[in-house]
Each structure stands twice: as structure tokens, then as C-alpha cells.
Design a protein around this ligand. Structure first.
Ligand code: TXA
Ligand code: MG
Length: 329
């Protein structure tokens, strides 16, 4: 890993976008905001830059990346869209949806970024700073979440700085993200399949398709050696504290991640309490999830008790990330 790099931090704006584009073109690594989480970008066509990206994150190299582009024309230069894929792209892009499609002939995305697959994951982020950078750069940018592999994804520039300062060239600070969980990933190779729940709810996708999303085979979800969206390892989102789900009470040495207005027994003696959404709003809860997990973990509790979260809307993505955080390591 290249450490000891001088990591420059710029605020978003024309100068920030120009500096980001120049750094990407020179093979550098740039963290930037999207509506879901902060991404760590590299030139999708530059294998050496992508190798540095994997090293900076400490990420297993078999785990492929999402190519970010500014518009559908750019997306169609790297991936082949059938009628259903195009329908989803037109309905939800720019937005928190990633589509996995077959690569085009002559797809410029480096094999290292797609882990040698003949498919490519693509998305158009709905964030003015991301869009400005993509347009200024002019090519596809691969970007995983801008955190050390296995840490909680960053929703603030400060999270990126605490994980990656000294390992990357530039952080463009665009303030807090709005969605707070990663994009929903839909495979469009055959019948559209939900590969990762995320910032766009299943219900909204199914409404546009007029049919339920196909479900991945169950064994792919539990088998770390054969994940479907290969980055979905069981223990992906891991605070240091032990995470206990569906808590009905709080122990003395625990912090509480609350949801809704119910008061659990033991709450007054908790190490710390943060409420994802006192009114029970799942969009608000998603936006707060990763930042609150980081804050509670920083208090070094023995464990983090998490209240039950409903499974509808963005609840599916929230519960997915919480289950991964709860896998014992
Ligand atoms: O919201 C997001 O998607 C953020 C922002 C930065 O755009 N990015 C993000 O990237 O979450 P990352 O690298 O943390 O997750 C990418 C996921 C992984 O689970 C990876 O395995 C999957 O996409 N993926 C990439 N290419 C794939 C492919 N060809 N087939 C199946 N899954 C793929
Ligand atoms: Mg990630």
C-alpha cells in the first residue's frame, strides 16, 4: 500500500471538480460524495490506478467495482441494456440503483475492475458533485465505498478522512450524503434479480417492472465463497462492538441504536443512545445508519443493541446491513 501520501481535502465546487478530474486522469485516487455514500474513485480504464484502489481499501481483488457514468449514453458504451434494463435505467437514473449488464464489445472498463467477469455493474449517481466530476473527467469512474474494507461505509467526508487519509490523493467534501445506504443492485442478465437491497426500495423497482424481482438462490446468500454480488460477504459492515439485533432491552455495558418512540427497559443506564428515527421514518433511518453506528462504536461499548426495524421500503437494506454488522468475527 502507498501510505504517507499527502491527502488533499477540497470543498465541492468548480475547482474541486477540476482537481478531481485531473487527479483521476493522472491515475490518482479521489474520494467524492454520491447520494448513497462517499465513493473512492479511480479511472475505470486504468488498471494500475485500480490496483492502487484495491490496496488503499485493503479490498480482496476478486470483488468487482461499480462503474459510475454521467448519463445513459455513456452507460451504453460500456454495457448492453436489454428492454427491461433500459426501462429501469430510464425510470431511476440518476439515482441509487446499480444495474449489472453484459459488457459491450470493446468495453473500456479494465478487467481488474470487473474481476474478470463478462458483466459490468453501472450506475449514474444523483449528486451534483459526482456529476460535475464525471463530466469534467469524461470517462467512467469505478468507485467502491470510500472506507477501509470491512468498515462501515462513509456518509461524511470526515469518515473518509479517518479511514483513508495518507492512502489516497484527494477528498472532495460535499457535506453529508442524503440516502445513507449503498445503491440497490439489480442483475439484468435474465429476469431482473435483486442482488443487493439498497437505497432504492424493492417496491419501487417492482412497480416499474410490473413483476416481482427474481430472488437470488438462497445458498448464494450464505456462502461466502460464492457470493452473487461478490462483495456481499456476510461480515461486511463491522463495528468493533458486538451487534445484537431486535433488542427488547438494553444491558448495562451496551449502547442502544433505537428506532421509533418505544422506550426499552435499561435505556437510562445505556452507555449511549442514538435514535435512527424517533418518528419511525425509514428513509431518515437509512440516512443516519452508518454515521450512528460509527459514533456508537467510538464510545467503545461491549455491545450495540439495535431495536427491530420494519422490513418494508428502505428497511430491507437497513436490516441487510445490520445483519452483516451482527455476524460475529
Ligand atoms: O452506492 C453505491 O453503490 C456505492 C457508491 C460509491 O456508488 N458504491 C458501492 O460500491 O457500494 P461497493 O464496491 O462497496 O459495492 C459494489 C458491489 C459489490 O457487492 C460487488 O460485488 C458488486 O457491486 N458488483 C460489482 N460488479 C458486479 C458484477 N459484474 N456482478 C455482480 N455484482 C457486482
Ligand atoms: Mg463497500
Amino acid at each position: 500500500v502507498k501510505t504517507g501520501l499527502e491527502t488533499l481535502i477540497l470543498s465541492a465546487g468548480a475547482a474541486g471538480a477540476e482537481a478531481a478530474a485531473r487527479t483521476l486522469a493522472a491515475g490518482g485516487l479521489v474520494a467524492f460524495p454520491t447520494e448513497t455514500v462517499y465513493g473512492l474513485g479511480a479511472d475505470a480504464a486504468n488498471a494500475a490506478a485500480i490496483a492502487h484502489l484495491y490496496a488503499a481499501k485493503g479490498r480482496p481483488a476478486f470483488n468487482p467495482l461499480i462503474a459510475h457514468v454521467p448519463d445513459i449514453a455513456a452507460a451504453r458504451r460500456i454495457g448492453r441494456f436489454d428492454a427491461r434494463a433500459l426501462k429501469l435505467a430510464e425510470a431511476f437514473w440518476p439515482g441509487p440503483l446499480t444495474l449489472v449488464v453484459p459488457k459491450t464489445e470493446g468495453c473500456p472498463v479494465a478487467d481488474l475492475a470487473t474481476a474478470g467477469l463478462d458483466t459490468v455493474a453501472i450506475r449514474i449517481p444523483a449528486h451534483p458533485v459526482a456529476e460535475a466530476i464525471l463530466r469534467a473527467f469524461g470517462g467512467a469512474v469505478v468507485a467502491p465505498s470510500a472506507n477501509i474494507s470491512g468498515h462501515v461505509s462513509p456518509t461524511l467526508a470526515a469518515h473518509v478522512e479517518s479511514d483513508l487519509a495518507g492512502r489516497i490523493d484527494l477528498i472532495v467534501d460535499g457535506g453529508p450524503v442524503t440516502v445513507g445506504v449503498e445503491s440497490t443492485i439489480v442483475g439484468c442478465l435474465d429476469a431482473p434479480m435483486l442482488l443487493r437491497p439498497g437505497g432504492l426500495s424493492r417496491e419501487r423497482i417492482e412497480a416499474v417492472l410490473g413483476a416481482p424481482l427474481a430472488r437470488p438462490p438462497v445458498e448464494a446468500e450464505s456462502d461466502d465463497s460464492q457470493p452473487l454480488a461478490p462483495g456481499m460477504l456476510a461480515s461486511h459492515y463491522a463495528p468493533r462492538a458486538r451487534v445484537r439485533l431486535n433488542a427488547r432491552d438494553v444491558a448495562l455495558d451496551e449502547a442502544l441504536l433505537a428506532f421509533g418512540s418505544e422506550r426499552l427497559p435499561g435505556v437510562d443506564a445505556a452507555v449511549a443512545v442514538m435514535n435512527l428515527s424517533p418518528t419511525g421514518d425509514l428513509d431518515e433511518a437509512a440516512a443516519n445508519l452508518f454515521g450512528y453506528l460509527r459514533s456508537l462504536d467510538a464510545r467503545s461499548p461491549q455491545g450495540i443493541a439495535v431495536m427491530a426495524i420494519p422490513e418494508d421500503g428502505l428497511g430491507e437494506a437497513i436490516n441487510d446491513r445490520l445483519r452483516r454488522a451482527a455476524v460475529a468475527r
